[in-house]
Design a protein around this ligand. Sequence first.
Ligand SMILES: C[S@@+](CC[C@H](N)C(=O)[O-])C[C@H]1O[C@@H](n2cnc3c(N)ncnc32)[C@H](O)[C@@H]1O
Ligand code: SF4
Length: 451
Amino acid sequence: MALQTEIARYFANENSQSSLRDAFSRRSAVMPFRGRQRVPDDEIQSRWSLLLTQDALPKKRLVYVHVPFCANHCLFCGFYRNAYVPDAGASYVDLIIGEIEKEASAAAVRERPVHAVYIGGGTPTALRADELFRLLCAIKTRLPLAADCEITVEGRIIHFDPEKIDACLEAGANRFSIGVQSFDTDVRRRQGRRSSRQEAITFLENLGGRDRAAVVIDLIYGLPGQTLDIWQQDLETATALGADGIDLYGLNVIPGTPLFTALAAGKFSDASELRQLGDFYLAGDRLMQRKNWRRLSNNHWGRTTRERNLYNLLIKEGADCLAYGAGAGGTLGAYSYGLTGELERYGEQVRAGGKPIAMLTVSDSLQQARDAVTAGFEVGRLDLRSLDAITGQEISLIFSPLLGQWQKAGLLTVADGIVELTVAGRFWYGNLISAFQSILNDRLHPSQDAA
Ligand SMILES: C[S@@+](CC[C@H](N)C(=O)[O-])C[C@H]1O[C@@H](n2cnc3c(N)ncnc32)[C@H](O)[C@@H]1O
Ligand code: SF4
């Protein structure tokens, strides 16, 4: 296909009244497995053992621990895996600690400092206080955490009682990422979030009032019943609570979720359309600017110097990430891996002394360029010269016609080799990343299909 035609596939709609509303017909997600080849299943264990003996590359290093339990399945969520049953927590934590201990002395693990730890889910705060304490202590004592390591525990309001908060703080957590989604009681309850607006506010006031760790609030815009007015109130409430950071996520209606099924069945007649999400994003961006919050990425703002958002920024830059727990995913050098999400299988494999890897892939020579594109667009600023330096080619020339078209469509500006996204470009950044990555692949690896 001629280059011009090929690139024209990624052009934005130039004729719309509002690029925030109509630049593209759908929002694209970034494909994490682009350019990766699968390692055959019967070679995974031997390849992993060998990897552990090798010195780590001089890259930033992260740890991700997955806790796949939830009190209930919130309608919008694609992360739900297992209902939380109190007795399951202790043995699950034992398994993760076993997994960590097994590889703690390996060269690939012990020789580089860990800059950020993320205990995510599911709902880590569903675990009991003693379980959270044991898990965090094992991470702190067994893994080479940097002295200024960011240690995040993800959670939700319900069941996250003061005893659990104290346990996390005592064991070294210094950041809590709390999923609030919306403060509006009706909007919340329609998505399966049982606590009320007032309960959410009281919880966050108490958590922030301790002043011992960064508090980050996750909000979603575009939920059924959440009008622009309700969204403005959500933003006002969240920013008034003294949080250190705020995430603003556009609702993604994920196939297979209860929300997807409900929408298909015609429930929630007041659900937002994709075109309206841009208006919500604009309202969020304006309010955060007006309140003087620093934009740390397209979806994340920080208020205090305590908030660094390290884990999320470094993962986008392609940092190494050691993964533990059923369903966790990680990266070590050129290899990426996903641990089995089936709890029983996970337990069997850890008890048998193996690494419970379900999929191992190896990336190609373009990975560094892909990471630079993702990391740049993620923060709304891409240095084209860095791409040329990484690829050893004047790769930025390939993108000139596309960047020119996107500029006309109001998505970005380009000056001195630096691409700066507009607010519309930041809303559609997933589409921009996907287009760049497809073109990189087609131009530099024309014969290679993505794994
Ligand atoms: C891995 S989830 C865990 C959240 C936590 N367990 C809770 O219940 O709040 C992390 C964040 O992803 C966001 N999220 C989850 N599903 C989403 C969706 N369908 N669209 C947009 N954001 C979503 C939510 O803001 C959520 O807080
Ligand atoms: S939003 Fe949180 S608690 Fe609800 S299903 Fe998703 S991961 Fe579980």
